[in-house]
Design a protein around this ligand. Structure first.
Ligand code: GUN
Length: 283
């Protein structure tokens, strides 16, 4: 079974759109999401376009601030500080990666925790690991929602996450753990990775290498969630971290690339933005 992230994301966005109408009636304005894009990386441009499109689709006010790659760290921090102080802005997202001369950690920390719709602020990260209320990062949250939607029970399952990034691997493992899966975090240097991966009942792959996961790395009947967005070096087409054609008959469910986790990430971003807005307005 192929799990369509596109279909589920559409349902989630419809629900957000419905809640936006209510919120607008109650509070007199719609939520406002500001996305900052530095430079001209084609992948980042495409992600930011998608975020703006989804924001408009759910009825948000959407602003994209574009700055050249030559922007200084100080200039970027000033933009963020102004947005933090602006009461009409509810969510702030700085598209990553940033140019090398800008300290990404410093930028993420500069965003007000209450407007951090990515869930990347150290205050949100700490709260996640302390099991306190917080904004969940969008991709890990999207993965959990996909599994739930596909009817995959998480509790008691052996889950393997390949990848340990702050954005995806680590928080995805934490969310699976909080749902009572037994979680292994694997990576490119894991000894005998095919054996470790093939024991997974839920396999989440976020390693950023095209077709890294081959059929021998997947156990019969596993649920396979592919977070990768890569270019196939042979065809130049978009492809995941999983060799879809080789794995699809072994997996019980599998997410496609494109059309799997990607749309879910953006749908969860819309939910996070609405929730930041509501928390502010309900205060
Ligand atoms: N770059 C790749 N994924 C993401 C994401 O989820 N948020 C931001 N801000 N940048 C990214």
């Amino acid at each position: 079974m192929i799990i369509s992230g596109t279909t589920l994301a559409k349902e989630l966005k419809q629900d957000v759109a419905r809640r936006v109408v209510e919120a607008k009636e109650k509070y007199g304005r719609e939520p406002h999401l500001v996305v900052i894009l530095v430079g001209e990386d084609p992948a980042s441009q495409s992600y930011v376009k998608g975020k703006g499109r989804d924001a408009e689709e759910v009825g948000f006010k959407s602003t994209t601030i574009r700055r050249p790659e030559t922007i200084t760290e100080e200039e970027l921090l000033t933009i963020i500080s102004d947005l933090n102080a602006d009461d009409t802005v509810d969510g702030i997202l700085v598209q990553l990666p940033l140019p090398r001369h800008i300290d990404e950690d410093k930028v993420i920390e500069a965003i007000a925790k209450e407007k951090d719709v990515d869930g990347f602020h150290p205050g949100n990260v700490a709260a996640l690991w302390q099991k306190l209320p917080c904004t969940h990062p969008c991709t890990p949250e999207g993965i959990i929602k996909l599994l739930d939607k596909a009817g995959i029970q998480i509790e008691g399952k052996k889950a393997v996450v390949i990848g340990r990034s702050n954005i995806v691997g680590l928080p995805a493992a934490k969310l699976l753990l909080d749902r009572n899966a037994t979680v292994t975090i694997a990576h490119s240097r894991t000894k005998d990775l095919p054996k470790v991966a093939s024991e997974a009942e839920i396999l989440v792959v976020a390693i950023g290498r095209p077709k890294f996961v081959t059929a021998d790395m997947v156990g019969e009947g596993a649920a396979v969630i592919d977070v990768g967005v890569n270019r196939d070096p042979e065809t130049g087409k978009l492809c995941g971290d999983v060799d879809f054609e080789a794995v699809k008959d072994k997996a019980s469910v599998i997410t496609p690339v494109p059309g799997g986790v990607g749309p879910m990430t953006r749908a969860c971003l819309m939910e996070n933005t609405l929730e930041c807005f509501l928390r502010k307005m309900e205060k």
